[in-house]
Design a protein around this ligand. Structure first.
Ligand code: SF4
Length: 62
């Protein structure tokens, strides 16, 4: 599983606040970083929950 963030992410930071094991604010590039290229199996459920929690549905799972 991979996480992709859509361009229309509003950088609210909620995903990092709730899932700091998956996301981190990138202040230099004004975007959010996903901490894994490939999501570890043990974090897949949290990744799916983070996608459900994003208010603008900017988190896509592939
Ligand atoms: S919760 Fe959604 S909109 Fe907010 S920073 Fe994360 S991906 Fe972007």
């Amino acid at each position: 599983m991979k996480i992709e963030l859509a361009d229309y992410c509003i950088r609210c930071g909620l995903c990092e606040d709730l899932y700091p094991d998956l996301y981190k604010r990138n202040y230099e590039e004004h975007c959010m970083d996903v901490l894994y290229e490939e999501i570890p199996p043990e974090l897949e459920e949290r990744a799916a929950q983070s996608a459900a929690d994003c208010a603008v549905a900017a988190i896509r799972l592939k």
